[in-house]
Design a protein around this ligand. Structure first.
Ligand code: ADP
Length: 246
């Protein structure tokens, strides 16, 4: 049987005694492209932070690539684009695009035969920004900055990509372009879990949907979600989600 790359088992998490996630199970398999949806405050960001080891659940376990998270050290195998990453666009410490992407190489063993610069340029090529390598990050548009942060997550050549509402504050065309790019990366073999509130936009790209509302109330194929959107207890149909989730 295929082994999941990410296995979340009966995870319960609370902030200061207040339960945010309750007995959540979630498995991600190689090739998945899963949208993690749910109302505001339903624990989506918290779950992502638990998967990348930033938060430790009070109960339950997480396994990554078959290893207990406590024994997992190859963090470059997991790319993470956190929410509000644009706060890194620091006016005091101006970073170039290439320097920003290079931050994603921390802890990664050196790739054989490739210089750091080549690895960074190749990540920028994947997101269509190779010509912007020497520009200051703050000189780029919001949509371009998002793609730089995607390149930062991709530079270690991860097998899984986790994204937390990556297109917040980005205009519709840039959003579409971003999701097209994710679709291509997924077709090239990258496994993706994306937190989003705009299911209508990711609709055309994702293969699975997981719906969180403290508990995981649905996880299955995208087409099954479309047949039964009420399983999330939210909505008459996925295209009406936007208004209901925020
Ligand atoms: P979502 O991503 O679905 O909007 P979050 O995981 O960000 O939800 O938050 C889930 C709940 O936990 C919310 O009620 C939020 O206010 C609360 N929360 C998030 N982060 C913290 C924190 N650092 N301390 C206390 N409560 C938090």
């Amino acid at each position: 049987m295929k082994e999941p790359l990410v296995e979340v088992e009966k995870v319960t998490f609370s902030y200061n005694g207040e339960i945010v996630l309750e007995e959540v199970n979630l498995e991600l398999f190689a090739g998945d492209f899963c949208a993690l949806i749910g109302p505001n405050g339903s624990g989506k960001s918290t779950l992502l932070k638990i998967i990348v080891g930033l938060l430790k659940p009070q109960q339950g376990r997480v396994r990554l690539f078959g290893k207990e998270i406590e024994n997992f050290h190859e963090w470059w195998r997991i790319g993470y684009v956190p929410q509000k990453v644009t706060s890194l666009v620091d006016p005091v410490l101006p970073l170039t695009v290439a320097e920003t992407v290079g931050l994603g190489l921390q802890g990664k063993p050196k790739s054989h035969g490739f210089s750091k610069k080549e690895v960074i340029l190749s990540a920028l090529e994947r997101v269509g920004l190779a010509d912007k390598a020497d520009k200051l990050l703050r000189e780029l548009s919001g949509g371009q900055q998002q793609r730089v942060f995607l390149a930062r997550a991709l530079v270690g050549q991860p097998q899984i990509l986790l994204l937390d509402e990556p297109t917040t504050g980005v205009d519709f065309t840039a959003q579409e372009r971003f999701y097209e790019l994710l679709g291509r990366l997924n077709r090239e073999g990258l496994t993706i879990l994306i937190v989003t509130h705009d299911i209508a936009v990711v609709d055309r790209h994702v293969k699975q949907v997981a719906c969180l509302n403290r508990k995981l109330v649905f996880h299955g194929k995208h087409e099954d979600f479309c047949k039964n959107p009420e399983v999330c207890g939210l909505i008459p149909g996925p295209h009406h989600l936007i208004g209901h989730l925020h």
